[in-house]
Ligand binder design. Structure first.
Ligand code: ATP
Ligand code: MG
Length: 400
């Protein structure tokens, strides 16, 4: 059998100290046909990268992933698994002797260890090794009655149990009393690369998270307009990029000084058009950097009609500045839902820190609401931004 790969730098093999076995359940990956192997390899690579430093090892066998680690690495390993796109769930499993007696006894023990507030349970069984003497129905029946015998307070509820005890009979026998939900989605890196426009707001970090969950590897670009926006605003975006990077297998952040471009727009464009035109300039910069970095799309945190610049017509104007596809995962989400997700991934608290972004500083009192793309293109061309954009791109700095 193939040796498991280890996440430790020394490349050591599995040791007897690796007492914990985690079973990972694949999500959408299982729907993949011919290229499933590519998805599994990416998942394994990402799992190993997230587990680096824990000494854990990863093994794959027939559609299941296993992670082995020592007791001391438990917290770190569980934290890593909770940040891994591509798994539907994971469970700390007990590995038991592959005999009916041992499996049934493990069910009883798992039931006895359920927290005292649990009243109902159900046993779920899967048997891929058909040579095991009990079929899955018999495992459920015998495991269930053994559990009831040792824990008379419990009842079986097959429809809405409070606890689920799972049994899997494979090359070994596994019993686990609880599963944790995974992030689902697809492994980062399986959908190519995108460049995200990351501001210090609530939306764009969430947009990054969602696109990474569909397999995109991300770089991020922040437009900084010092002194209109403060050094704190820049630090805040760096912090956001780090938080998002925990899920996205890292994320490079580029910072582009937007001051000169913004000033030109400010001085030469009709006030009502300031926001749309500066968004167009951002897009042009992003496309140039994105192409240089091998990105095949741009990502923004736009949500339809959330603000004046995000009407369909204005989005059309902004889109017209570039030819790369612009993905807007939040387009149909309302703010409450976006905030809930921001809280879940841990960006919300940082996003609401009160350092305004450059667009807030320059936003007109009566912005154009239904911009026409021909008019937008005419105004934009009149700004002669080629030179300042070229200079700003040349001076772009990498922050993370
Ligand atoms: P966010 O909460 O992400 O700032 P928002 O609701 O404030 O979004 P806008 O300010 O209109 O929306 O920006 C729309 C999108 O444009 C952002 O989600 C982001 O992708 C991009 N963007 C805006 N300002 C910047 C900036 N300074 N740097 C990088 N991207 C930006
Ligand atoms: Mg913003």
């Amino acid at each position: 059998m193939k040796q498991p790969e280890t996440a430790s730098e020394t490349g050591r093999r599995r040791r007897s100290k690796d007492v914990l076995t985690y079973l990972l359940k694949l999500g959408e990956l299982t729907l993949k046909g011919n290229n499933r192997q590519m998805f599994e390899q990416a998942l394994k690579r990402n799992a190993l990268a997230l587990l680096r430093g824990t000494g854990a090892s990863v093994k794959t066998a027939r559609g299941r992933f296993f992670v082995y680690c020592g007791e001391d690495a438990r917290e770190q390993v569980e934290d890593a698994l909770s940040r891994l796109f591509g798994i539907a769930g994971w469970a700390l499993a007990q590995v038991v002797e592959k005999t009916p007696e041992a499996v049934v006894a493990a069910c009883a023990e798992a039931a006895a260890n359920l927290p005292s507030e649990i009243q109902t349970f159900k046993i779920e069984a899967r048997r891929t090794d058909k040579s095991f003497p009990l079929d899955s129905y018999a495992i459920r029946r015998e495991g269930g009655s053994a559990a009831l015998a040792v824990s008379p307070r419990l009842k079986v509820d097959v429809h809405a149990p409070q606890a689920l005890i799972s049994v899997e009979i494979r090359e070994k026998a596994y019993v686990y009393p609880a599963s944790h939900a995974g992030l689902r989605g697809l492994p980062v890196g399986t959908a190519g690369r995108g460049l995200a426009l990351l501001s210090g707001g609530i939306d764009s970090p969430v947009a990054c998270f969602l696109m990474a969950s569909r397999g995109l590897r991300l770089d991020a670009l922040y437009f900084h307009a010092y002194p209109y926006t403060s050094e704190e605003a820049r630090q805040k975006v760096i912090r956001l990029a780090r938080i998002v990077g925990r899920y996205t297998m890292g994320m490079r952040l580029f910072v582009l000084s937007f001051t000169e471009i913004q000033r030109r727009i400010q001085e030469n464009a009709p006030e009502r058009w300031l926001t749309v035109l500066s968004r167009m300039a951002m897009m042009e910069c992003a496309e140039a950097l994105g192409r240089a970095r091998g990105a095949s799309c741009l990502i923004t945190g736009e949500s339809l009609s959330q603000v004046a610049s995000q009407t369909v017509k204005n989005i059309d104007c902004v889109q017209s500045a570039v030819t790369l596809p612009v993905l807007r995962p939040l387009i149909g989400m309302d703010k409450e839902a976006i905030i809930r997700l921001a809280e879940r991934i841990g960006t919300y608290e940082t996003s609401i820190l009160p350092y305004g972004d450059c667009c807030a500083v320059f936003s007109p009192a009566h912005p154009v609401l239904r911009g026409d793309r021909t008019e937008a293109a005419r105004l934009y061309a009149g700004l002669n931004l080629a030179e300042p954009i070229k200079t700003a791109l040349m001076r772009t700095e990498q922050e993370t």
